[in-house]
Design a protein around this ligand. Structure first.
Ligand SMILES: *[C@@H]1O[C@H](CO)[C@@H](O)[C@H](O)[C@H]1NC(C)=O
Ligand SMILES: *[C@@H]1O[C@H](CO)[C@@H](O)[C@H](O)[C@H]1NC(C)=O
Ligand SMILES: *[C@@H]1O[C@H](CO)[C@@H](O)[C@H](O)[C@H]1NC(C)=O
Ligand SMILES: *[C@@H]1O[C@H](CO)[C@@H](O)[C@H](O)[C@H]1NC(C)=O
Length: 364
């Protein structure tokens, strides 16, 4: 009797798994992504040549700031789609979506930074409002009329972010204090949420909005804002407390705005994607995730306490790439390794790093 039960149980387990994965790969017709270097899959490489002919090339085969796939790439894989083409790609095959993200992009337009005498700004005019213009121009490749577009976007996944990290770090680099930068947070969150609202008005139903990473755990920030006062560091993580408080503040304001948006548009689902929680977990217990080289030591760098060196950063002469990138959290001192992104992508799909996890939204 007993022996016949096991195969039966296994059969049901396999069946439900197959049913679920079939549904997932059929669920969305396309993904549209907006963002910065945490999700750029090639736009910068396509656009930079006339702007910055001498910028170092990214290691092949990926035109990405990582040793491999980003969260957005894992998302595309979950849904059985090819990796998202950059919106600037010449093939213009956008039938399954496009990625508008560009390295260095800000939520606020360049004009905001000029007006406020902030001159440490991105090399490419590619802020979120510009990415939205690109989106409007690209609609013609997937739909012909307003109603056809609405029908199409209703079955698409939209990802807006991460945004804000660059707005704040450019402003700090121009000499503003963290308290001054905190004053910008509501403006930045407004810019993100007005993009979300525009997309909902265009027909979007599922919009994933990632928050900020803990900037006090990012090696470039740990290097620039190094402190001789031990109290400035969180003893559990080794991260800079006041920089993390800025990220926490941004994320708190963003989550309140997301809740409001969900109330205003009950037919849509705006989901918060958490980058902060997982990166803090990595910093607390790196070995639990296989990061035997810790969370704060850069893989591809050129010396210094965190192996981040601005004059020998990844891609420049003098930088050396480690042999096991996926035993590190930090790829180049700013961005994460593929392994670090993989856990985050899983956490956004299935929990616990998204509110609510994408899977549960799809099952509604
Ligand atoms: C466009 O991309 C899809 C995959 O997203 C592929 O199936 C199709 O063949 C491509 N079309 C052209 C014209 O290249
Ligand atoms: C950025 O691009 C937009 C749209 O093309 C343009 O209106 C704006 O003037 C540009 N801003 C700067 C600072 O170049
Ligand atoms: C738009 O309309 C034209 C002409 O009817 C059609 O050939 C084309 O496939 C349509 N494009 C899309 C994206 O539906
Ligand atoms: C940073 O890189 C420069 C250029 O390669 C090198 O001269 C310098 O010694 C490096 N600094 C550290 C702390 O390793």
């Amino acid at each position: 009797m007993k022996t016949s039960i096991r195969p039966l149980v296994l059969f049901f387990v396999c069946l439900s798994y197959l049913t679920l994965s079939f549904a997932i790969s059929d669920y969305y017709n396309a993904i549209f992504s907006f963002g910065d270097s945490f999700s750029d899959t090639g736009n910068f490489v396509i656009m930079e040549s006339p702007v910055l002919p001498n910028i170092p090339k990214f290691p092949p085969p990926y035109a990405r700031c990582s040793n491999g796939r980003l969260v957005i790439d894992f998302m595309a894989e979950y849904f059985g789609m090819p990796l998202l083409p950059p919106s600037q790609s010449i093939s213009k095959n956008f039938t399954q979506g496009a990625n508008f993200a560009v390295i260095g992009a800000t939520a606020l337009p360049l004009e905001y930074f000029h007006k406020n005498q902030i001159y440490e700004i991105p090399p490419i005019n590619s802020s979120l409002p510009i990415q939205l213009d690109w989106f409007d121009d690209l609609k013609q490749y997937v739909c012909n009329s307003t109603q056809e577009c609405r029908d199409f976007f209703r079955r698409s996944l939209f990802i807006v972010g991460e945004f804000g990290g660059n707005d704040y770090s450019f402003t700090m680099k121009s000499g503003r204090t963290i308290d001054q930068v905190k004053g910008m947070v509501p403006t930045v969150v407004d810019a993100i949420m007005s993009a979300v609202e525009k997309l909902i008005n265009d027909g979007a139903r599922h919009v994933l909005v990632p928050g900020n990473l803990p900037s006090g755990c990012i090696p470039i920030m740990l290097t620039i804002y190094q402190s001789s006062n031990k109290d400035d560091y969180d003893p559990r993580t080794g991260c800079l407390k006041n920089l993390n408080s800025l990220s926490l503040y941004h994320n708190a304001v963003l989550r309140i705005a997301i809740e409001k948006m969900n109330k205003k548009y009950p037919e849509a689902r705006v989901i918060y994607g958490d980058y902060y929680g997982p990166v803090i977990q990595y910093a607390r217990t790196p070995e639990l995730f296989g990061f035997t080289n810790g969370a704060l030591m850069v893989c591809c760098g050129g010396g210094g306490p965190y192996n981040y060196n601005a004059s020998a950063s990844c891609g420049l002469p003098g930088a050396i790439q480690c042999t096991e990138p996926n035993s590190h959290v930090s790829w180049d001192g700013i961005h994460l390794t593929e392994a670090a992104y993989h856990y985050i992508a899983n956490g956004w799909m299935k929990g616990p790093y998204a509110y609510p996890p994408l899977i549960s939204v799809m099952e509604e």
